[in-house]
Design a protein around this ligand. Structure first.
Ligand code: ARG
Length: 408
């Protein structure tokens, strides 16, 4: 009996040549494409292509809702941004892809899982770390990493094995995409002094082409998760798709990032994440209104830890779960509506309200005489607030001169 292998299939040249190559190695192949919202791809065509080039079975799974609810929602709640710039796009889909692949492998008594990552990126680590954690006995095949073929050799192999070679092969980019955004690297982008040309972008208009009038949208949040757009209740999946479209027109969400990869390389990445830019800005704004100060000041430390864990392939880890439990607890009061202004590449929060959880007290904050804030109570507070520093300075005179009459 031939061993069965489950392949994370994308439909591109790399994972397509992997099929005859793995077949030659003696596997029956089940190709699996996860629909996580990759834009403009015909997944039925991709499914058929896998069979055409030799897969025994080809499966497409619509994982968009699960991806949004279980993977993107935590990123929003925790404002996760790797190195303050990258909203985790590719890092997020890997653990879900592997979860599905391991299930399919088990259902079909497969002995191995294959992925199409190269040997110098983060994704190989994320794929394999996820496989190890869910099933340490599962064999892993990484044909693209193992081939180390030149483009010419790969094409030659493809032609010899009836794998269709796309005509636009000279498209130099390496693209990964899902609901939450699009990552683009390689080609002309590899030189960080090269400005990204317009053809590197697919989801966003150039600012020069963005409309001259702003657009305003209302995002409603419940427990830190967006639930409605302009008062229309939507699943997170649908809401993200809509906001991507609207914000993309305004040129919002382009990111040009020199990034520190897990494997030690610096890389230049061009991302487009219009919905992430809008929703995460809105979310943070609503937190400003609803989180108590100490919580608000502490939370970013946890957020950064979480972003690093996700980026560094540790989605499945007790630290991630514990920190997320803290985040979830902070989110129970993050309810309300934020009005976002979309204009020429910028998504700005311009108004916000929270019916039940706003900590903003107009009576305390007002400059008018109706203020309920007891200004007299500030006097003693200020004296005690920095008393220890006053004592230190008066003893050591780092920033001041001793008073003449106190010099002995
Ligand atoms: N550098 C990003 C990450 O590690 C994106 C990688 C996406 N892959 C790609 N082929 N563009 O998450």
């Amino acid at each position: 009996m031939t061993d069965t292998l489950v392949l994370a299939y994308s439909g591109g040249l790399d994972t397509s040549v992997a099929i005859p190559w793995l077949k030659d190695k003696g596997y029956d192949i089940i190709a699996v494409v996860l629909d996580v919202g990759q834009h403009g791809k015909d997944l039925n065509e991709i499914q058929a292509k896998a069979l055409k080039v030799g897969a025994k079975q080809s499966i497409v799974i619509d994982a968009k809702a699960e991806f949004a609810d279980k993977y993107v929602a935590p990123v929003i709640k925790a404002n996760m941004m790797y190195e303050g710039e990258y909203p985790m796009v590719s890092a997020l889909s890997r653990p879900l892809i592997i979860k599905k692949l391991v299930d399919i492998a088990h259902e079909n008594d497969a002995v191995a899982i294959a992925h199409g990552s190269t040997g110098h990126g983060n994704d190989q680590v994320r794929f394999e770390a996820a496989i190890h954690s869910l099933d340490p006995d599962m064999k892993i095949e990484a044909p693209i990493r193992d081939f180390q073929w030149s483009r010419e050799e790969e094409i030659e192999y493809a032609q010899a094995h009836d794998v269709p070679v796309p005509i636009n092969l000279d498209s130099p980019y390496s693209i990964d995409e899902n609901l939450w955004g699009r990552a683009n690297e390689a080609g002309i982008l590899e030189n960080p002094w090269n400005q990204a040309p317009e053809d590197a972008f697919a989801l966003t208009a150039a600012i020069e082409d963005a409309p001259d009038t702003p657009e305003f949208i209302d995002i409603t949040f419940e427990e830190g998760v967006p639930v409605a757009l302009n008062n229309e209740q939507l699943s997170l999946e649908k809401l993200i798709i809509k906001v991507n479209k609207i914000a993309g027109i305004h040129g919002i969400g382009r990111i040009d990032h020199i990034e520190n990869r897990l494997v030690g390389i610096k890389s230049r990445e061009i991302y487009e994440a219009p919905a992430a830019a809008v929703l995460m800005t809105a979310h943070k704004d609503l937190e400003d209104l609803t989180l108590e100060r100490d919580v608000a000041h502490f939370k970013p430390i946890v957020e950064q830890q979480l972003a690093n864990l996700v980026y560094e392939a540790k989605w499945v880890s007790p630290l991630f779960d514990s920190l997320m439990a803290f985040i979830d607890d902070t989110q129970k009061n993050v309810n309300g509506v934020v009005k976002m202004k979309l204009f020429k590449g910028n998504a700005t929060a311009v108004a916000r309200q929270s019916e039940h959880n706003s900590l903003y007290d107009e009576d305390l904050a007002t400059y008018t005489s109706s203020s309920s804030f007891d200004q007299a109570s500030a006097v003693g507070f200020i004296k005690l607030w920095t008393l220890s520093n006053t004592v230190y300075e008066q003893v050591n005179h780092v920033h001041s001169q001793p008073k003449k009459n106190t010099v002995k």
